[in-house]
Design a protein around this ligand. Sequence first.
Ligand code: KG4
Ligand code: ZN
Length: 326
Amino acid sequence: MLVLGIETSCDETSMAIYDSKEGIKGSIISSQIDLHKKFGGVVPEIASRNHLLKLEEIFLSLLNEAKIDKKDIDLIGVTNAPGLIGSLFVGVAFAKGLAYGLKKPLIPVNHLAAHTLSCEIENPSLKPPYLSFIISGGHTHIYKVDDAYNFYLLSHTVDDAVGECFDKVAKMMNLPYPGGPEIERLALQGDENKIKFPVALKNSVNFSFSGLKTAVLNVLEKNEYSIEDVAASFQFSIFNNFINKLDKIIDKYKLRKITVSGGVSANSYLRNKLSSYYQKKGIELFFPSKRLCTDNGDMIAYTAYKFFRKRKFMGVKETAYDVMPD
Ligand code: KG4
Ligand code: ZN
């Protein structure tokens, strides 16, 4: 079975072909970062207009790369929610047109489920039940995923998402968008034990990053420490926040496998720190390769394939957020 995945929920226009026998046959990720950089963040109107400009070109290049004809596609999956509404509309409209024209079924795919399943694409032995820890620009969520791929939300942020916190702290340091990779780079030269930043809601499973942001701002305004030390100490506090919540959930649900996905999971410092911490506890962590940490069509195609027997198809009259995918 050949599945086309379409992703346009934020600032990446991406499509991929997943072959149920051979895996990913082709994948294109076109990032709009350069268009948004000068505004210090993603501008929704610019994002949706540029998805519209790119989709057809990416589709044709993808067919070429995967060496298939459009008639060979058996199933189409498209990100349906959550995301920027205008950007989702563009991807969904393109997918519906294609599905209607090719007379193929269309599956609405939940972006968060897809980030979770991105960890399975390169780890074929990984099967639920597991915990899914999603750390992106829009979300900081922990789900329990059962063996029928039902998702149960166990923890979430009560204010900023962790990626958003990286981006805002980077902005305070006059670093460009997206801030995550910039802070990671600076932190390599800093001392993570220099400043003790807080872990919020210590007795709760939920996250909060607004106090951390203010604490970083206060330290930067005093100008006592190098920004390298601030970046390293900030990252260490993010790690401490993560294990404070994950440990409580692991104790309660007794699951020994955790997937860690979304843009922030590309951070090598956090990957290494979390892996060695949980290895000592006998818990297995699964990350996507770095290319699949940020938004991509691969995870949408794969999730559409995994869900197509049990999920609702999308009709021509439905649009983004109309059909809740899980
Ligand atoms: O998953 P994603 O591409 O988009 C959303 O669905 O939100 O995540 C984007 C987020 C941004 O906030 C970006 O700063 C963060 O992921 N990010 C990182 C790193 N690379 C991307 N954060 C920390 N370290 C990184 N290396
Ligand atoms: Zn995402």
